[in-house]
Design a protein around this ligand. Structure first.
Ligand code: SF4
Length: 382
């Protein structure tokens, strides 16, 4: 089990922007989520595979541990394949670094010269010639994480420089994020000079404020994984601004007001559902009674208590199979998984089509290229 610092590297994108958030989060009960436990499992599986490749464990030790891990509730074929894809990419990087490279797995790095009590665990460090490469495995598939200008990676890099900068003549830092379940692989590079400047100019002053719980609360995308996201007043105030928009005459909304609403609506929906989940969980799990609210049971719908028995009774009663069973083709993803990518392509390649995606109006900052509507593209919904 990993220890966590108050100012963690993974939370840096948040406490660098909203400095008092780290101390506020401390007040919340820490209960490992199922996603965090799955993430730990994935990291352990990756470390096991890389340890075998680096001959740090014997084949017998590997097989024994793998057998145990395959019995875990978190083990799935999907996860094992994803970790294999990650391990293959890391091995490629290790080989590129040459035979004299120093490879460290699950290395604790200390970035406390810039962040009070700051430390973290780097999945893989490759130190060779004049370069340190920091590699991080991301097990999730919900949010795409990029290496570019990523503060978590830069803090690990500061920790690596702190630990190994004296022993090696490092000039360059490479930071790589591998998110195998969504085929995301991204790398960023900076010089040691740029990294140290960021550490001194940006991180140090912000970290000192964050450690003391000082500064301004600032709500933005970084609230998404904040432990107080449901009850934070700053986030509520930010979202309530939209609700209290002072709509003066004319009676119809202006174009600017419409754009303003669309730009804020995603965050407003997320915030509203965070507050709803929070209140619901308190009511169900802690028996809290919210004045003005009550728990009710949703609409009931019938279901079979035992499908096998239902089928048996119908067949015994003389009903034909085609009257009581329905047959349908597996969906594309399941079928591809069932028969394998190559076979799928060979047999069905010419029968697979990709209709245009559903049109969406998104903020200009979205990474997707803008679409020019033309008469040839048929975007009518299926
Ligand atoms: S929810 Fe957002 S604004 Fe509130 S403390 Fe957390 S990061 Fe800061």
């Amino acid at each position: 089990m990993r220890d966590h610092a108050i100012l963690s590297a993974s939370g840096a994108h948040r406490w660098l922007e909203c400095t008092p958030s780290a101390r506020l989060e401390e007040e919340i009960d820490e209960r490992a989520s199922i996603y965090a436990e799955e993430g730990t499992f994935m990291h352990e599986l990756a470390e096991l595979n890389l340890s075998l490749y680096l001959e740090r464990i014997s084949k017998q030790e590997f097989n024994k541990k793998l057998q145990q891990m395959r019995e875990s509730e978190f083990h799935t074929e999907d996860i094992e394949n994803a970790i294999q894809a990650y391990v293959d990419l890391v091995i490629q990087r290790i080989n590129e670094a040459g035979p004299n490279a120093l490879i460290l797995l699950e290395e604790q790095v200390d970035f406390s010269p810039w962040v009070p009590e700051g430390f973290g665990t780097s999945d893989v460090l490759i130190i060779s010639n004049n370069t340190i490469e920091v590699i991080d495995l991301k097990g999730g598939r919900g949010v795409r994480v990029e290496a570019q200008d990523n503060p978590q990676m830069k803090l690990y890099a500061l920790g690596a420089i702190n630990g190994f900068g004296i022993l090696y003549d490092i000039e360059k830092i490479r930071m790589t994020i591998i998110q195998p379940r969504i085929d995301n692989f991204s790398t960023d590079e900076i010089t040691v000079e740029e990294l140290l400047e960021w550490g001194e100019q940006v991180v140090k002053p912000k970290a000192e404020m964050a450690f003391k719980g000082e500064g301004e609360y600032k709500a933005s995308d970084h609230c998404r994984f904040c432990k107080v996201k449901a009850t934070c007043r700053a986030r509520a105030d930010e979202n309530m601004k939209l609700i209290y928009l002072d709509f003066r005459p004319p009676p119809l909304l202006t174009d600017d007001e419409i754009v303003d609403i669309i730009l804020k609506i995603d965050e407003l929906k997320k915030w509203a559902s965070d507050v709803e989940d929070y209140a619901f969980n308190k009511a169900v799990n802690e028996g809290k009674k919210w004045t003005g609210l009550k728990l009710v049971e949703g609409r009931r719908s019938r279901r079979y208590s035992n499908e096998e028995e239902v089928a048996k009774r119908l067949l015994d009663a003389g009903y034909e199979e085609d009257k009581i069973f329905s047959k349908s083709l597996l969906n594309l993803t399941k079928l591809e998984k069932e028969i394998g990518k190559k076979e799928f392509e060979k047999i069905l390649g010419s029968l697979i089509e990709t209709p245009p995606g559903k049109l969406r109006l998104v903020p200009e900052s979205d990474k997707r290229p803008e679409l020019k509507l033309s008469a040839e593209i048929d975007f009518k919904e299926e």
